[in-house]
Each structure stands twice: as structure tokens, then as C-alpha cells.
Design a protein around this ligand. Structure first.
Ligand code: KG4
Ligand code: ZN
Length: 330
């Protein structure tokens, strides 16, 4: 089954061709227009998607050596995400489905992130703990198999990536802030400043990052007493401490045999290093998708759509019945 997949939930337009679980092509057009605003401007994001989506589809088909005649179904992200951005991808997908008489498969963005690690690591043992950590989402999920999962915990306020981005903005670094903080933190002391670890004593697996943001603002208002590298290293460690604590508690809670991470923050070098160490210490498997599949991409959308059809015998939908889905998780 050859699936043309479309992703436009946030600020990346992405198209991929996936055939029976194998990625034939995957292209992404990001939107540097937001950089000078220190965050995503939703209206600009929608307009950029409108410009990019058709030419990107042409490139994805050409890279895969396909035409629309080879496409059996179209998979599209229906949510969660920015409403205006989602509508661009969804309506484009509906137009293609109608024009070429192919069915549409609606895909949940977070579900696709959860399973993106399985795209390149198909032998990951279950049960598994999935950490989805991006600019818009931070969630810990128990993954029983390719079709069954349940949410164990999530952020009560900001996503971890948002905390990286907001702190970077306060420090006058560029957007997205995570890579800047990661780079500067490499030369800083992670214990220079004791920033708060939200919900430290909670016995749930939920997280909170908004207090950290306030603590950094208060610290900066009182005058910079440490180097910017020390501030970055201390902030990064505060965020990573929380993510590691909840992930490893989840591992113990469900007796997980593996951990997967996905979303843009999974590129963070301290998170990768410490999570790998923790998993090695417990002799469990860790699977981290390559960067192209951990940030927003359409290959994960096409991959999950294929799994749903193959494993769950889910029938693709008539394009008329598919709408934007704002639910945080299925
Ligand atoms: O998954 P993604 O590309 O888009 C969505 O948010 O859905 O994730 C983007 C997020 C941004 O918040 C960015 O700052 C963060 O991922 N990020 C990082 C790193 N690279 C990207 N955060 C920490 N360290 C990094 N190296
Ligand atoms: Zn995402």
C-alpha cells in the first residue's frame, strides 16, 4: 500500500511517501519567518503552509519516483495543532483524495510521534515507555503494542520545548531556543543556579514547567550573576531532571522493556545522554529516531496510517467525513 502523507499541524509543512512501512521520500519545509518573533505567529504559519504544500507534494512524489496514479491512500494530520495550519493540510488532502478517488486516513499527531521511533527500530520490545517532548507537547505514554497505548502523565502547563524557547527569548537568543541553550550549556555549570523542578514531590507522572520560566525571569531581573552558559546549563538540567525522573518512574510503574523518545526536544544532548545511561543501567532498550523523524515530519504520519490499516484493519475514511480533531489524545 502506497500512502501519501501530509503534516501541517504547526510551523513545518511536510509531505512523505510511505510504502508498506518503508519511507520512499520525506520532505519538510520549515518557516524561518517566525524567528524574529520569538515564537510561532499562527496566521503567518497558515499562509506559509498554503505557499509550500503543493510544490512540496510534487517534490515528494518525484523523490519517491511516483505519480498520484501510484498512491493508494492519503494520510493527513487532523490534530492537535494550530487550527488554521491543520485546515490547510486537511483541505489540500481532501482535494487530492477527491481528484484522484483515493481514501483519506486521519492521523493523530501525538500518536504519530509515539510510534515514530518504530519507523527505524522495528524490534523494540513491549511494553515500552514513550516520551513525546516537543514545542507543543510533553507526554509520557505506556505503549503496550503497535495499536494500544495509554497516557501516564503530561505537562499541566507549558511543554518542555516551550520552556526552552521562552527562556531563550528572555536571554536574547534566537528561536527556536532549544538548540541555542543546548549549545551554550555545553560550556556551563549545570549546578550554578538551583532552578525549580516543578511538581517534585507529586506522586503522579504529570509535569509542570511554568514555574521554571518565572524563576528564570526573577533571576534575570535581579541582575545576571552568572555567565549565560551557566544559566543555560542550569535551566537545561532543571528541565532534563524532570523528564528523566518521570520517564524512569514510568518504566518502573509498567515494567517497561524499552524507552522511546520523539519530538524536537529529543535532539537535546543532555536528555539523550542521561536517558541512554539510565536505560543502560537498567538493561532496557532505548530507541531514539533520527532527527528527521523526531521533529515534525510526514513520514511518521504515513507510517502510522499504514500500521493502523495493517494491524487494526482500520478502513480509510471517505474524505467527506474527516474533520479537524482537537483532542489531546485518542
Ligand atoms: O517537534 P518539533 O520540531 O515541533 C513541535 O513543537 O511540534 O519541536 C520543536 C521544539 C522547540 O521547542 C525547540 O526549541 C525544541 O524542539 N528543540 C530543542 C532542541 N532542538 C529542538 N530543545 C532542546 N534541545 C535541543 N537540542
Ligand atoms: Zn510534533
Amino acid at each position: 500500500m502506497t500512502i501519501l502523507a501530509i503534516e501541517s499541524s504547526c510551523d513545518d509543512t511536510a509531505v512523505a511517501i510511505v510504502r508498506n512501512g518503508t519511507v520512499l521520500s520525506s520532505v519538510v519545509s520549515s518557516q524561518p519567518i517566525h524567528n524574529s518573533y520569538g515564537g510561532i505567529v499562527p496566521e503567518l504559519a497558515s499562509r506559509e503552509h498554503v505557499k509550500a504544500i503543493s510544490p512540496l507534494t510534487t517534490v515528494a512524489l518525484a523523490d519517491a519516483g511516483c505519480t498520484m496514479q501510484n498512491v493508494d491512500a492519503i494520510a493527513v494530520t487532523t490534530g492537535p495543532g494550530l487550527a488554521g495550519s491543520l485546515v490547510v493540510g486537511l483541505n489540500f488532502a481532501k482535494g487530492l483524495a477527491l481528484a484522484h478517488s483515493v481514501p483519506l486516513i486521519p492521523v493523530h499527531h501525538i500518536e504519530a510521534h509515539i510510534y515514530s521511533a518504530f519507523l527505524e527500530h522495528q524490534d523494540v520490545p513491549f511494553p515500552s515507555v514513550g516520551l513525546v517532548v516537543s514545542g507543543g507537547h510533553t507526554a509520557i505514554i505506556a505503549v503496550e503494542d503497535m495499536a494500544t497505548y495509554r497516557m501516564l502523565g503530561s505537562t499541566r502547563d507549558d511543554a518542555a520545548g516551550e520552556a526552552f524557547d521562552k527562556v531563550a527569548k528572555m536571554l536574547g537568543l534566537g528561536y527556536p531556543g532549544g538548540p541555542h541553550i543546548d549549545r551554550l550549556a555545553a560550556n556551563g555549570n549545570p549546578h550554578a543556579i538551583e532552578f525549580p523542578r516543578g511538581m517534585r514531590v507529586s506522586n503522579t507522572l504529570d509535569m509542570s514547567f511554568s514555574g521554571l520560566k518565572t524563576a528564570v525571569r526573577t533571576y534575570l531581573q535581579s541582575g545576571l550573576k552568572h555567565s549565560i552558559e551557566d544559566v543555560c546549563a542550569s535551566v537545561q538540567t532543571a528541565i532534563v531532571d524532570v523528564l528523566i525522573d518521570r520517564t524512569m518512574r514510568a518504566v518502573e510503574e509498567i515494567g517497561a522493556l524499552s524507552v522511546t523518545i520523539s519530538g524536537g526536544v529529543s535532539a537535546n544532548s543532555e536528555l539523550r545522554r542521561r536517558l541512554t545511561e539510565e536505560c543502560q543501567r537498567r538493561s532496557i532498550r532505548i530507541a531514539i529516531p533520527s532527527l528527521q523523524y523526531s521533529i515534525d515530519n510526514a513520514a511518521m504520519i504515513g507510517f502510522l496510517a499504514g500500521v493502523r490499516c495493517a494491524v487494526e484493519q482500520e478502513k480509510p475514511s471517505d474524505w467527506r467525513t474527516v474533520t479537524v480533531n482537537p483532542n489531546p489524545i485518542r
